[in-house]
Design a protein around this ligand. Structure first.
Ligand code: NI
Length: 175
């Protein structure tokens, strides 16, 4: 049975660390991927990286299927982007580690990725739409990068102050 893990939030140092490659896909990695998927679904997320649950390994899960569509989970080990479209698109992004804050970030419209699946097989993935955006967002996590890093210092500061304010308010309300 998969467990729902604790999701780390800014300013957790794990979110700023570079995750290390996975040497071999074993039962521990498979269990971790299942736990990460359960955690992502429990929080209605589109993606989740190892860094976000304090595991500094290059693992991520994504399900970019729309509401009412059948689930389409991806379990990614050592994912890397091998090609990108020149065309970019602005998308209003959020992140479970930067809760309830959203900002527009420019991403490549389509990307090609290579990864190892949960059975140790090498795979490639040609993605566009939300899946392409999620891939770029999750791969950034594995390098210690957050979507707020793309914002101007002014916008990033405003967003983080807003997050801090809401945390204080929620702490007061629950006290
Ligand atoms: Ni995120």
């Amino acid at each position: 049975m998969a467990r729902v893990l604790k999701v780390l939030e800014v300013p957790s140092p794990a979110l700023r660390a570079k995750a290390q490659p996975v040497a071999a896909v074993d039962d521990d990695i498979r269990r971790m991927l299942d736990d990460m998927l359960a955690t992502m679904y429990a929080h209605n997320g589109v993606g989740l990286s190892g860094n976000q649950v304090g595991v500094l390994k290059r693992v991520a899960v994504i399900d970019a299927s729309g509401d009412g569509e059948p689930p389409r989970p991806y379990k990614l080990v050592n994912p890397r982007i091998t090609g990108v479209s020149a065309e970019t698109i602005g998308h209003n992004e959020g992140c479970l580690s930067v809760p309830k804050e959203y900002a527009c970030v420019d991403r490549h419209v389509s990307v090609t990725a290579a990864y190892t699946d949960e059975n140790g097989a090498e795979r490639t993935l040609a993605a566009d739409g939300l899946l392409a955006i999620a891939l770029q967002h999750e791969l950034d996590h594995l390098d210690g990068k957050l979507f707020i890093d793309y914002l101007t210092p002014f916008k990033r500061g405003r967003l983080l102050r807003h997050l801090e304010k809401r945390r204080k308010k929620e702490a007061e309300e629950s006290a």
